[in-house]
Design a protein around this ligand. Structure first.
Ligand code: ADP
Length: 190
């Protein structure tokens, strides 16, 4: 099964993805984590994306598509992929659909975590204080949220048209959201 965890920055995608990995033996494919690893490693690609991420903008599609493609065999060898932070625009979604089709796979479900902007800002402000991720500073966060609404939210009708979209209330506790995601997954054929 291949799942997309969808939602604005700070909606809890990463937290929920990690739990699904532990519970279901799936692989989390987080383009944000992969890009941060490239920055930490100081690779040429890491150097290229660092200022883009610091500004809260999206990095070029070719970079994230390449990162995802590299990890597909690993996901196929297990219970499937949880895409976290990818796709982030319609072009990326189209490439992902084509990539999966060519490999005999598909996206089975898109879970959109809905959280209102005030709550997102509160969570990210907390995370910035605790973890100091540079792009969590309030100014950059506003740019990331802007990119989400302008470029990523148009994916909602894209997946709605494919009848794959399920909206889950992301405002509750981690355990409550986990329960709601599990309920959405129960609707999937085994
Ligand atoms: P969040 O979901 O909390 O915003 P991520 O860790 O998913 O954080 O992403 C951090 C940053 O990495 C984004 O703001 C963007 O600059 C870059 N990024 C991650 N995934 C993508 C993607 N699929 N396409 C373009 N840029 C991406």
């Amino acid at each position: 099964m291949n799942l997309i965890l969808f939602g604005p920055p700070g909606s809890g995608k990463g937290t929920q993805a990690k739990r699904l990995v532990a519970d279901r033996g799936m692989v989390q494919l987080s383009t944000g984590d992969m890009l941060r690893a490239a920055i930490a490693a100081g690779s040429p690609m890491g150097k290229q994306v660092e200022p883009i991420i610091a500004a809260g903008h999206l990095v070029p599609d070719a970079i994230v598509v390449g990162l995802i493609e590299e990890r597909m065999p690993e996901a196929e060898a297990t219970g499937g992929a949880i895409f976290d932070g990818f796709p982030r625009n319609v072009a990326q979604a189209e490439v992902l659909d084509a990539m999966l089709e060519a490999r005999g796979g598909r996206i089975d479900l898109v879970v959109c975590l809905t959280v209102d902007d005030g709550e997102l800002l509160g969570r990210i402000t907390e995370r910035f204080k605790e973890q100091g991720r540079p792009d969590d500073n309030p100014e950059t966060f506003k740019a990331r949220l802007g990119a989400y609404y302008a470029q990523t939210a148009p994916l909602l009708p894209y997946y709605e048209d494919q009848a794959k979209l399920v909206k889950v209330d992301g405002m509750g506790s981690i355990a409550e959201v986990a329960k709601a995601i599990d309920a959405a997954l129960e609707t999937m054929p085994a």
